[in-house]
Design a protein around this ligand. Structure first.
Ligand SMILES: Cc1ncc(C[n+]2csc(CCOP(=O)(O)OP(=O)(O)O)c2C)c(N)n1
Ligand code: SF4
Length: 288
């Protein structure tokens, strides 16, 4: 069985010292090892952003896609090869600005993949512009007088779009984050995990200390029931989205795959996949 270290590529991450994304990478590696995966059983697909680099740092099948498009690629990978555990990942800009349409539809479609957003409430790679997660009044180079827009609430959006697994975590809570990713991988359907992952270089407001002061762990709320969608929505709204833990899980709804007639019986064999690869290579060579 692979250890978490065997899920690390021999590449030094190109993230600023202290970036929250380091812990997200570590948590994915740990979760993959804990659920008994091997690197060849995992595919990590990402969009563009500092966070998008993650697919190159984890030893698995990897696809560094284009901005806002990690989800269409990840869903295609899963539909083509159901034996893979598929993780889509990216930043809050990637998933909630340019990629928002895909996010909502992937959630309601309930395809059996895990989507991890590294939410730093800013655009990191392009050097610090306001994102859809930046709070009203947030000052950046793109909003020098403060943003006049309201931030979106990913948890409320996911719950209202019919999500079957909605969770949130903080990148420094490595143990909790790992357990949440494990639960997300094991969930039969779309699992959506938003991780507060501070950008130490450009976001001087939503810092590690700010999150420590403002986040509430659901485990500390007496009587919290993650199978109750109304309670989930109410709790998220009462805490302005700043809660961590598994917010909601519905284990009863069938996944997209389970609802396709005959899908379960028609699994592509490795030989068939090899054949499609050969036809693809042949076709591709005609265009070179
Ligand atoms: C189609 C397209 N539009 C815009 C860009 C420029 N761009 C690259 S990354 C990015 C946003 C990065 O922010 P986020 O997705 O939150 O990721 P982070 O860098 O913060 O991890 C933008 C606008 C692009 N690469 N492609
Ligand atoms: S700019 Fe921000 S998000 Fe990007 S690597 Fe540095 S700390 Fe991380």
């Amino acid at each position: 069985m692979a250890t978490f270290k065997e899920f690390r590529n021999n590449v030094k991450p190109n993230w600023c010292p202290g970036c929250g994304d380091f812990s997200v990478q570590a948590a994915i590696q740990r979760a993959a090892a804990n659920v008994g995966l091997e690197p060849e059983g995992l595919a990590v697909v990402s969009g563009i952003g500092c966070s998008g680099r993650i697919s190159g740092y984890i030893k698995s099948y990897g696809f560094h896609g284009i901005h806002g498009r990690s989800l269409p690629i990840a869903q295609g990978v899963k539909m083509a090869n159901r034996e893979l555990t598929v993780i889509a990942s990216g930043g809050d800009g990637d998933g909630f600005a340019i990629g928002m349409g895909h996010t909502i539809h992937a959630i309601r479609r309930n395809i059996d993949i895990t989507y991890i957003v590294m939410d730093n409430q800013i655009y990191g790679l392009t050097k610090g512009q306001t994102s859809p997660r930046s709070a009203a009044g947030f000052k950046t180079k793109s909003t020098p007088d403060g943003s006049i827009e309201q931030a979106i609430s990913p948890m409320e959006l996911a719950l209202s779009a019919g999500a079957t697994f909605v969770a949130q975590s903080f990148s420094t809570d490595l143990k909790d984050l790992t357990a949440i990713i494990e639960a997300g991988i094991q969930h039969k359907g779309f699992s959506f995990i938003n991780v507060f992952s501070p950008c130490v270089t450009y976001n001087k407001i939503n810092t590690y200390d700010w999150f420590k002061e403002n986040l509430t762990k659901l485990a500390t709320i007496e009587g919290y029931d993650s199978t109750n969608r109304e309670m989930a929505m109410q709790t998220v709204m009462e805490h302005d989205g700043l809660v961590t833990g598994i917010i909601y899980q519905n284990k009863d709804r069938q996944s997209y795959q389970e609802l396709i007639p005959g899908y379960a019986e028609e699994s592509l064999t490795k030989a068939e996949l090899q054949l499609s690869q050969e036809s693809f290579d042949k076709l591709a060579s005609e265009f070179m």
